[in-house]
Design a protein around this ligand. Structure first.
Ligand code: GBH
Length: 448
């Protein structure tokens, strides 16, 4: 008997994304995307790693699905490489790309594994970037065309759709700070991108409704619970601004149909506010079936006069951290779930990512004893349980990640998988955490 029994029908899954695992970057007619381009420029990525081969999942997907089956994992979140379907982003379809996802999704279903599909996990076709990428409103229409094609081909097969993964990362890391593709540093443009991405989300949800499909659709946001460093009024305000910057700037348009006023004021004063046509807001606010959230860590924030444009900056505490340097703070997930429940009308929530990178080693018996990862996951799941007990509407949990993979700017240096990948020969080694997770799924809960 499990001590922490989760609700019946709770979704237990694992997650990945196309660019991070597939490889086969120039095979079978796939078009170039912004991550192919960005990684090819020296200095952008740790040791100039790239996703050209990654986990070679494009060729090894059957074996990988067998591992899911073996572990008893019956929900799998994956993403589609837009440029495999439309090499230029629109127009001519690449049939071989469509076939790959047909095989992948049908194999999953034949094994009783339910797919959850993300349409956009950051790999924009390069041709669209050449037109300005998400800063160009035309790209919104191309995204809708791509989504329509996917719904026609896969709408009956896929029960859970996610329009976008983490618009904050797309806009801020991609267009304000230049850490991610396309590597632009223009804060105002980043806010325009955020708006266009949200608009494309709303349009796609509207389209999905009009097609009368039976599944559910939502969006995934990366959320950071923000705590003030001290009880000083200025720190309290700084934490609120950080919350506005990361969380509310995305939550409010999607769930309330308006941007948060405090942030609009702040951005307007700094001359950073892009065009945010009022008539877009109703579209962005199109009703979603669930909110996807990715939770890794919290932030502790203090007032900082020098920090542009928010006058708020993160404080690093001397607490245990993962290999990414992110503080391990499970209670932040509990607080975030309650915050969402209270401020956004009891919205249905799927945790679409949670997990941790650690410096795993294969021991002399060929085993990866990642008890530190088991601890991280177990502690976070306890907080999920606690939130559910409070009445928060959490329907599922996808662990990031199924496989070790290409961790964006960090390349292959960071391992998030519950399955170890030896990149020299593409061998997979099932880590202890994967066996542990298999038991959690079997018991529908935690023992301790
Ligand atoms: C997710 O991004 C991605 O969806 C996934 O592809 C990725 O592999 C995974 O997480 C692991 O990174 O940046 O130091 O201020 C997570 C992106 C990470 C953005 C935490 C906000 C806050 C800490 N988020 N980050 S920091």
């Amino acid at each position: 008997m499990a001590k922490y029994n989760f609700p019946k029908d709770f979704i237990w899954g694992v997650a990945t994304s196309s660019y991070q695992i597939e490889g086969a970057y120039n095979e079978d007619g796939k078009g170039e995307n912004i991550w192919d381009r960005f990684t090819s420029i020296p200095g952008n990525i740790y040791k100039n790693h790239n996703g050209n081969v990654a986990c070679d999942h494009y060729h090894l997907y059957e074996k990988d699905i067998e591992i899911l089956e073996q572990l008893g994992i019956n929900n799998y979140r994956l993403s589609i490489s837009w440029a495999r379907i439309f090499p230029k982003g629109y127009g001519e379809v690449n049939q071989k790309g469509v076939e790959f996802y047909k095989k992948l999704i049908n194999t999953l279903i034949s094994k009783g594994i339910q797919p959850a599909v993300t349409l956009y996990h950051w790999d924009l076709p390069q041709h669209l970037q050449d037109m300005g990428g998400w800063a160009n409103r035309k790209v919104v229409d191309y995204f809708v065309e791509y989504a329509e094609f996917m719904f026609k081909e896969f709408g009956d097969l896929v029960p859970i759709w996610i329009t976008h993964n983490e618009p904050w990362v797309v806009s801020m890391l991609g267009y304000a700070w230049g850490i991610h593709a396309p590597g632009i540093k223009d804060y105002k443009m980043a806010l325009q991108v955020a708006h266009n991405v949200l608009l494309s989300h709303g349009k796609v949800v509207r389209l999905y409704r009009s097609m009368d499909l039976k599944g559910k659709i939502g969006i995934t946001l990366n959320l950071l619970t923000s705590y003030p460093y001290t009880n000083d009024e200025k720190d309290i305000l700084a934490a609120k601004i950080n919350d506005g910057f990361v969380n509310r700037w995305f939550l409010d348009p999607v769930l309330k149909g308006k941007y948060p006023e405090d942030m609009v004021k702040l951005y307007r004063e700094q001359n950073l506010l892009p065009e945010l046509p009022e008539e877009d807001m109703e579209i962005i606010n199109e009703k979603i079936d669930f909110l996807g959230i990715n939770y890794y860590t919290r932030s502790v924030v203090k007032y900082d006069e020098a920090s542009y444009p928010l006058k708020a900056s993160g404080v690093e505490l001397d607490n245990p951290k993962t290999d990414m340097g992110w503080e391990i703070y499970p209670k932040g997930l509990y607080d975030m779930l309650n915050y969402l429940h209270q401020n956004y009308d009891g919205i249905e929530i799927l945790i679409t990512e949670n997990g941790a990178a650690f410096n795993d080693i294969v021991n002399s018996n060929g085993r990866v004893i990642d008890d530190y990862r088991i601890f991280y996951l177990n502690e976070h799941l306890k907080e999920v349980y606690r939130a559910i007990s409070d009445g928060v509407n959490v329907k599922g949990y996808y662990l990031w990640s199924f496989l070790d993979n290409f961790e964006w700017a960090e390349g292959y240096a960071k391992r998030f998988g519950i399955v170890y990948v030896d990149y020299t020969n593409q061998n997979r080694i099932i880590k202890d955490s994967a066996y542990w997770y298999g038991d959690v799924i079997k018991n529908n809960g935690l023992k301790e």
